[in-house]
Ligand binder design. Structure first.
Ligand SMILES: Cc1ncc(COP(=O)(O)O)c(C=O)c1O
Length: 398
């Protein structure tokens, strides 16, 4: 049966992830992959979880295996509220927190409640690909901005032409893919522009607590709780397999998102939420997170040192104080899609930067993950990548 004629316009506007397609060739065991966004399995607290899971089943088995409320298990929301108080001195009432099936669902639900076909959302150039996929799936149009300071003018032009953005999507801490962090002034500026044009901000914070050095900066939510939807996740700080994320927002937004989630999955797995809440309240989460940050700091340093040792002239990179990714730039004239084929021949993989640019730019860029591979593989992989870049240079007589 040909289903194409009966597909919805939303389904037709969905775009396949270029990352997935490209990476299907990069799964061979001999390939060192810097492509995925996987946390290191070394950080997964398997033994602690065995004990806590048994405890939850022994003491609250019936409730843990039952359906739960759409907004999520209260003890977990209380733990999240406690973390905001402790880390940011921010008072977030439990009523303003709802649990989602990881932050990808949060992004999808936010798009679902705001985006009509043709609606504009403002985002970075580059930005997180799967957020773009959510926007596209509701027939929204991302308007990518290379520099934050162009935001006021962009909003001015968009509003004047009847394309008032539905929201500004931002990843202020250790951005995926660039690894960059917005300064306090930049955060304040985005909030000021949003206030001026009466816009919502979606603040996506998966890497905020994966910080290697320096101070945590205030969230935009803390500056404008009336208009910021803050999205969080335990995928990078705990385990991605539990699929636990959350939304912090004002009452009206939370109510809308709850209704949207009801028709999506009714509730997030209760067992996972109860186990996570116990893990957090035991204090083991904090200890493990410290170890995770130390591990990723070391891995990032191994990668940056290897770049310095092996990379040919003309290649530049970001050196983030946190997160999971680095962003590399080749000289303008090169295309990392072409480099990708050469890299696969050298048995190393990355993600082409173009995939993160909603306007198709960024052809000379690429994203590298440093959290997953072992130290030795990071060094070897960078060496192979540098060889592939040299081959690309040679092809163009450089
Ligand atoms: C910026 C950003 N937002 C959201 C997500 C989704 O993460 P999860 O659905 O596992 O919470 C990711 C995952 O890599 C991400 O990088």
């Amino acid at each position: 049966m040909d289903i194409t004629p009966i597909l919805s316009k939303n389904a037709l506007s969905m775009r396949r992830s270029q990352i997935r397609d490209l990476l299907s060739v990069a799964t061979r065991p001999e390939i060192i992959s810097f492509a995925g966004g996987f946390p290191s399995p070394e950080t997964f607290p398997v033994e602690d979880l065995k004990k806590i899971m048994q405890e939850v089943l022994d003491t609250e088995g019936a409730a843990a295996l039952q359906y739960g409320s759409t907004e999520g298990v209260k003890v977990l929301r209380e733990e999240i509220s406690r973390l905001y108080k402790r880390d940011e001195n921010l008072d977030v009432p439990v009523e303003n927190i709802m649990i989602t099936t990881a932050s990808q669902q949060a992004l999808d639900l936010v798009c679902r409640i705001f985006i009509d076909p043709g609606d504009v959302i403002v985002c970075g150039l580059p930005t997180y690909l799967a957020a773009l996929q959510s926007v596209w799936s509701y027939q929204g149009q991302p308007y990518g901005l290379r520099h934050n300071d162009g935001l006021a003018e962009a909003c001015n032009v968009l509003c004047a032409t009847g394309k008032r953005p539905k929201f500004i999507y931002s990843i202020p801490d250790f951005q995926n893919p660039s690894g960059e962090t917005m300064t306090l002034e930049e955060r304040q500026y985005v909030v000021d522009v949003a206030r001026k044009y009466d816009l919502v901000i979606v603040e996506d914070t998966p890497y905020k607590n994966i910080r290697f050095s320096g101070e945590t900066l205030p969230s935009m939510y803390s500056m404008a709780p009336e208009r910021v939807i803050m999205v969080g996740t335990f995928s990078k700080t705990f385990v991605p397999g539990f699929r636990l994320g959350w939304i912090v927002a004002n009452h009206d937004i939370i109510e809308r998102v709850i209704v949207a989630k009801q028709s999506s999955d009714l509730c997030t797995p209760v067992f996972n939420q109860m186990v996570a809440a116990k893990y957090l309240s035991s204090g083991a989460y904090d200890i493990n997170l410290k170890k995770t940050c130390a591990l990723y700091k070391r891995k990032k340093e191994v990668m940056v040192n290897s770049f310095e040792e092996f990379m040919p002239k003309g290649v530049t990179w970001t050196n983030p104080d946190g997160g999971l990714f680095l962003f590399l730039r080749l000289p303008e004239q090169f295309d990392t899609r072409e480099l990708f084929d050469l890299a696969i021949k050298e048995n190393v993989a990355f993600v082409i930067g173009e995939a993160f640019h909603s306007d198709g730019s960024g052809k000379n860029t690429m994203r590298l993950n440093f959290s997953f591979a072992s130290d030795d593989k990071i060094r070897e992989g960078v060496k192979r990548l540098a060889n592939a870049i040299r081959k690309l240079y040679e092809k163009y007589g450089i």
